[in-house]
Design a protein around this ligand. Structure first.
Ligand code: GAR
Length: 211
């Protein structure tokens, strides 16, 4: 039984999707903890209601990124994680933290990386006249929103889309692809060679949805 630790900063809808898929699909894993850097993250309530351990490590209480990351790692490691999942965790992590979890730390980003790392991805895609947008699940490396790509979902950008409309369309796909990617990690069916990720059972690493 593998231990999954999920880090959130807010709503936690991706965390919810992973919790539900783990239970419904009978993964050989348990959600060992949900940890937030914000005490008021609404996702913490969902986790607690589902009997999952929760913790908060408030970044504001630490003078440096290094000090925050050290305490965060101490709390995470208390749950003996096999997989650490960033699910809307809105903090830049130090290289030391990332290296400590190398190969077992994943993130979801709401763009088709390497396009649009950072914030405001949907508005930037609209402003650039993109016809496709989407989301990417990737292994975390020290460079922000980079790292070997595990799975991507693409959706259309429709004429006249607002940022919120596009974000909602992408989020629906996030909820499909993130559980799938975490399951692969738990099952050990990902192979990385020279930065390219292959799913060893031949499952699709691409999703496309029209709405
Ligand atoms: C998601 O759209 C996720 O892709 C994004 O934050 C949202 C969190 O929603 N993450 C990032 O922007 C990280 N760079 P959620 O809390 O409902 O899962």
């Amino acid at each position: 039984m593998k231990n999954i630790v999920i880090l959130i900063s807010g709503r936690g809808s991706n965390m919810e999707a992973i919790v539900r898929a783990c239970a419904a699909q009978g993964w050989p894993a348990r959600i060992a903890a949900v940890i937030s850097n914000k005490p008021d993250a609404s996702g913490l309530a969902f986790a607690a209601e589902h009997g999952i351990a929760t913790a908060t490590v408030e970044h504001k209480q630490f003078a440096t990124r290094e000090a925050f990351d050290a305490e965060l790692a101490r709390v995470i490691d208390g749950f003996a994680p096999d997989v650490v999942v960033l699910a809307g965790f809105m903090r830049i992590l130090t290289a030391g933290f990332v290296q400590h979890y190398a190969g077992r730390l994943v993130n979801i980003h709401p763009s088709l990386l390497p396009a649009f790392p950072g914030l405001h991805t949907h508005q930037r895609a609209i402003d650039a006249g993109c016809k496709l947008a989407g989301a990417t699940v990737h292994f975390v490396t020290p460079e922000l929103d980079h790292g070997p790509i595990i799975l991507q979902a693409a959706v259309p950008v429709r004429p006249g889309d607002s940022e919120g409309e596009l974000a909602a369309r992408v989020l629906r796909q996030e909820h499909q692809i993130y559980p799938r990617a975490v399951r692969w990690l738990v099952e050990g069916t990902l192979h990385v060679e020279r930065g390219i990720v292959t799913q060893t059972e031949g499952e699709s690493q691409l999703a496309y949805a029209a709405d």
